[in-house]
Design a binder for this molecule. Structure first.
Ligand SMILES: CC(C)(COP(=O)(O)OP(=O)(O)OC[C@H]1O[C@@H](n2cnc3c(N)ncnc32)[C@H](O)[C@@H]1OP(=O)(O)O)[C@@H](O)C(=O)NCCC(=O)NCCS
Length: 174
């Protein structure tokens, strides 16, 4: 397995990230989602995996975006983000790149004092990072299913009840 480096995405990476997302998902919906989230100013943290440990010109092998969720009521000071999408180049999957992107992202979010991360995905993959199955009776979201998993950073307890709104571009995903 060749080396890769996890780094913040640069504006100049946009075209390569789009190509990666179009290749990794069945439709361009996720590529369009990322573009709309960026344009709308919803991005909190965007990471890429670059081929070659110290090569700034390295090809992009993976991508991960975190966006801001709105917490209700407005006087609730907790900060929440959504992990989506995560993608690794089809020829480079199952080599640890997705795991490295998520681990680096969670570490950076914890360092910047985010409180809660949500992800809608396969618990077989996200459970390894400490995500818990969604609890629809306590998490009011547009996706009230166990696969909408949560993680409280820094071992903070999950609030008793949480109402979270997604950035508008997510509605276009259906
Ligand atoms: C899902 C994805 C990001 C994982 O990235 P990756 O670099 O292949 O993952 P890793 O190599 O870090 O995988 C680590 C483990 O997760 C498992 N895994 C990978 N994809 C999985 C999936 N979709 N569901 C469950 N487990 C998965 C691997 O088998 C591996 O298991 P192991 O450690 O027990 O051997 C990648 O497969 C991908 O881009 N898929 C297409 C896009 C997609 O579905 N994204 C997810 C959106 S939530």
């Amino acid at each position: 397995m060749s080396a890769f480096a996890i780094e913040a995405a640069l504006p100049a990476d946009a075209a390569a990230i789009r190509a990666l997302l179009v290749a990794a998902f069945p439709t361009p919906a996720e590529a369009d989602l990322v573009a709309a989230l960026r344009i709308g100013g919803h991005a909190v943290l965007e990471l890429v995996a670059r081929d070659g440990a110290n090569n700034a010109d390295g090809a992009i092998l993976g991508h991960l975006l975190f966006t801001r969720l709105t917490v209700a009521p407005p006087n609730d000071r907790r900060r929440a983000v959504c992990l989506a999408p995560l993608a690794v180049a089809p020829g480079r999957q199952k080599a640890g790149i997705g795991t490295a992107l998520v681990r680096e992202g969670l570490a950076r979010l914890e360092a910047s004092e985010e409180d809660i991360v949500l992800v809608l995905g396969d618990p077989a993959f996200y459970g390894r990072f400490g995500f818990h199955p969604g609890r629809p009776e306590r998490m009011l979201t547009p996706y009230p299913i166990p696969e909408n998993q949560w993680l409280a950073l820094g071992d903070r307890p999950l609030p008793l009840r949480l109402a979270l709104s997604y950035p508008p571009p997510f509605a276009a995903l259906g």
